[in-house]
Ligand binder design. Structure first.
Ligand code: SAH
Ligand code: SF4
Ligand code: F3S
Length: 480
């Protein structure tokens, strides 16, 4: 495999650094450090992309601010997964007009999945004249050039160009959030074309980073003190299928597990069609790989799954769950469900409820189907009313909330390992449990007696539970 054709070339990187240096010089002439304000919608992959953009901004001399009034540049990294996500972005973009009035030199930027769509770029061009730059996911490596063009020519820049097999950007150091948790993208894009989903259209085809660069970044995260690291991809189970068999996902997990240091590693998302028994065997064997999986099932009816182009049956899904639990009895499982896919009947919806009762997920992310332009499901006949879909949705939540509470109850009285976070518990009714922490299964535990233990793994005794969280205290012998 010719690695050089898969990543942005050294010449192109040098060219972009040159543009970056010119941006830096432009602001230096204005005599101060320019400030950037970033806002991210959507999934963790978008969070990771924003961290890369912040890395490029830092190279160009920018500092970062949390108050938009202090910003020289505002970057909104957008999500297109559902209409609601896009509406929220349009709302926020509208507010930029005030910021721009206060500070006409402010550069306003829209990027990411939503921006990759031509119809969105057209709408911004015509109706939101105070947006200076729109660039899509494929143009990310060209960001310094785009910014330089906007600043030097004082004109709006729209860049949706790019190959959907686009080269991977390497060599930029992401500016991550402080704390103990970090994201690490191991691949980009998606090949699956689930019939409802816009992701393959806005992020292009699957492209895997090579194991050597992933391991290098992983080691550096551990050295920086990150303790809970999530490997990201739209379908991590097909990691490496474009690397000529050099490495697959379970092998990558084994290599990461061998990295020295105290950490947990987890991953998302796994597509059930590509989840293998070997994946679960490796998870069970590798003690730093969390016994926890997000395995989106989407629906319980085989007809609906077929229409969704998911390429597995409910039975296949249940057999995966059974196998995972046979090798990791304590594994936590979460999933995504779409309610009201076009043509889904109430009987078919009942099959989703039945599946939930069989699997008993720890928690669930539930969505009402949202038609996405350009996808196959956009044109499918969709006779069920919004009200009926909402009723099914509410019922699903009721069932899941009961199961979540029952699952959490099982933890009461148990001693579990947790990683203590920085965040405080803001809910005053439980304010003796002041610190947030997470279990290996990513359950939220509010802790008492954990002051000064931020960033450490400790044992906790679970005392109480709710639908959403556990409450406990630090076990004896664990404090400083
Ligand atoms: N790659 C991941 C999911 C990414 S999108 C996977 O395959 O599991 C996250 C979730 O959003 C999906 O699992 C799905 O449940 C939901 N989703 C995607 N498109 C949607 C749409 N058009 N309407 C409603 N929910 C959608
Ligand atoms: Fe979308 Fe399906 Fe790809 Fe997930 S696997 S990103 S749901 S097309
Ligand atoms: Fe949204 Fe793009 Fe992620 S559409 S969910 S931000 S891949």
């Amino acid at each position: 495999m010719d690695r050089t054709s898969r990543v942005v070339s050294a010449e192109e990187m040098a060219r972009q650094r040159e543009f970056g240096a010119q941006v830096k010089a432009l602001y230096e002439r204005r005599g101060r450090v320019p400030m950037a304000y970033t806002q991210t919608f959507g999934c963790q992959q978008n969070e990771a992309d924003t961290e890369l953009i912040r890395g490029m901004l830092a190279e160009m001399g920018f500092g970062f601010c949390t108050d938009i009034d202090q910003a020289d540049i505002v970057i909104i990294n957008t999500c297109a997964i559902r209409e609601h996500a896009e509406d929220r972005v349009y709302g926020n973009v509208g507010e930029l007009s005030h910021a721009k009035k206060k500070n006409p030199a402010l550069v306003t930027v829209l990027c990411g999945c939503m921006a990759q769509q031509q119809h969105v770029a057209d709408r911004i061009k015509n109706s939101y004249p105070y947006v200076d730059i729109v660039f899509g996911t494929h143009a990310l490596p060209r960001f310094p050039q785009i910014l330089f063009e906007c600043l030097s020519r004082k004109k709006r820049v729209f860049d949706l160009e790019g190959d959907e097999k686009g080269a991977i950007l390497e060599g930029v150091t992401p500016v991550r959030k402080q704390g103990h948790r970090a994201w690490l993208s191991i691949m980009y894009g998606c090949n699956n074309f689930c019939s409802y989903c816009v992701v393959p259209y806005v992020r292009g085809r699957e492209r895997s980073r090579t194991p050597d660069v992933i391991l290098e970044e992983f080691r550096s995260l551990v050295a920086q003190g990150y303790k809970d690291i999530t490997l990201l991809g739209q379908n991590v189970n097909s990691y490496g299928s474009d690397l000529d068999g050099a490495c697959d996902f379970p092998t990558l997990l084994e290599m990461i597990n061998d990295v020295p240091g105290e950490f947990w590693v987890r991953f998302m998302t796994s597509h059930p069609k590509d989840a293998s028994t070997r994946l679960f065997d490796v998870m069970a064997k590798c003690e730093k790989v969390c016994a926890s999986i997000h395995l989106p099932v989407q629906a319980g009816s085989d007809r609906v799954l077929r229409e969704m182009n998911r390429r597995y049956t409910a039975e296949k899904y249940l057999s995966l769950v059974e196998y995972a639990r046979s090798v990791m009895p304590d594994i936590t499982m979460t999933s995504d469900i779409i309610v009201g896919f076009p043509g889904e009947t109430n009987e078919e919806f009942q099959e989703t409820v039945d599946l939930l009762e069989k699997v008993r997920f720890d928690s669930l992310f539930t969505f009402i189907f949202s038609p996405r332009r350009g996808t196959k499901a956009w044109d499918m006949p969709d006779p069920m009313s919004r009200e009926d879909k909402q009723k099914n949705f509410d019922r699903l939540l009721e069932v899941q909330n009961r199961i979540s509470k029952e699952k959490n109850d099982e933890y009461v009285g148990r001693r579990v390992r947790v990683l203590v976070g920085e965040e405080e518990n803001e809910k005053s009714y439980n304010n003796e449990y002041t610190k947030q922490s997470r279990t290996e299964g990513f359950k939220l535990v509010y802790l008492r007696g954990a002051e000064g233990l931020e960033g450490r793994f400790v044992d906790a005794i679970i005392e109480r539970s709710s639908t959403w969280a556990l409450f406990g205290s630090v076990a004896d012998g664990e404090s400083n």
